[in-house]
Design a binder for this molecule. Structure first.
Ligand code: AMP
Ligand code: ZN
Ligand code: FE
Ligand code: FE
Length: 278
């Protein structure tokens, strides 16, 4: 790989959701890794951008707007990446607010279920994070479970207790895939189906791609090139855009380093036509 090659990681998280790097630390790492472009895709919010924009600008790193919304289509959990929307658009702010409420209720129910299984967790640190406008997710709960010694890893917390359909999981009141795509479009952006590799069933993918998605996340984390090529072919056959990124979360997912998946200049320019932040 040439050092001056344009590489843009379009999927990463900060402390504004469930990552462990602050926005400043993430920008510094992106520069250190030689990335030329970046989109920060925190769960359900764009709070990282206020801190990240001046730093990226000073370093000549092109920052496109990004977000990863959680949604449900029927009972299916669907993550949607939003790109190229106006970062301060009210429709995005309103949907972020709705997610904070959804998570507050849902996390309360998860903590109740954990307590019933003898795993008491203090909700106060979560409340502080919510006060600051950041969503609290299951990885935060898993970390608290580890700190209390109830489990020894994030994996164990999800596998035995809080993963989808596990004894202490609660879906809360979900926000639909259709509504989420509409909001991203209303804000002038493009909606991408995130990590379709997780959805597995072909009929599910077909059902989702009948919706007005603009693209598919074809390059993801450490998927192998032949596996990714399948998704590229599917996107091309449907005239959809192609995105890619690492899903970097910092030290809670050390196996996914920033920049381990990326897109080149041509794909970056096709996605970010209107709303670059730097
Ligand atoms: P939430 O946003 O609260 O629904 O939590 C979703 C987050 O949990 C995502 O960032 C996932 O990467 C993470 N996650 C989901 N399943 C697992 C798992 N089995 N092990 C570790 N992390 C997971
Ligand atoms: Zn996450
Ligand atoms: Fe995701
Ligand atoms: Fe993610």
């Amino acid at each position: 790989m040439k050092h001056d090659e344009f590489r843009a990681d379009l999927h990463c998280h900060t402390t504004c959701s469930d990552g462990t790097y602050t926005p400043s630390e993430l920008i510094a790492l992106a520069i250190e890794k030689g990335l030329k472009g970046l989109a920060i895709t925190d769960h359900d919010n764009v709070n990282a951008y206020a801190e990240a924009i001046p730093l990226a600008k000073a370093a000549g790193l092109i920052l496109g707007s990004g977000i990863e919304f959680s949604s449900y289509d029927k009972d299916l959990s669907v993550h949607i990446l939003g790109y190229d929307f106006a970062i301060d658009h009210n429709a995005i702010a309103q949907l972020s607010k709705k997610h904070i409420q959804r998570r507050k209720m849902r996390n309360g129910k998860i903590l109740e279920k954990l307590a019933k299984h003898g795993m008491e967790i203090d909700p106060a640190p979560f409340e502080q994070k919510i006060e600051a406008g950041h969503p609290v997710g299951r990885p935060h709960i898993a970390t608290a479970m580890m700190e209390k010694g109830y489990v020894s890893s994030q994996h164990e917390a999800f596998e035995h207790w809080i993963g989808d359909a596990k004894p202490c999981f609660d879906p809360g009141s979900p926000i639909s895939t259709d509504e989420t795509i509409d909001v991203i479009h209303e804000a002038g952006g493009k909606a991408f189906l995130a990590h379709p590799h997780f959805l597995k069933k072909k009929n599910v993918i077909e059902r989702l791609l009948a919706k007005p998605f603009d693209g598919i996340e074809c390059y993801y984390a450490k998927c192998t090139p032949d596996y990714e090529e399948k998704w590229v072919k599917l996107a091309e056959s449907k005239n959809l855009l192609i995105s890619g990124g690492s899903d970097f979360h910092g030290t809670i997912k050390p196996h996914l380093p920033l920049g381990c998946s990326w897109v080149g200049k041509e794909r970056f320019d096709q996605i970010f036509e209107r709303n670059r932040c730097t």
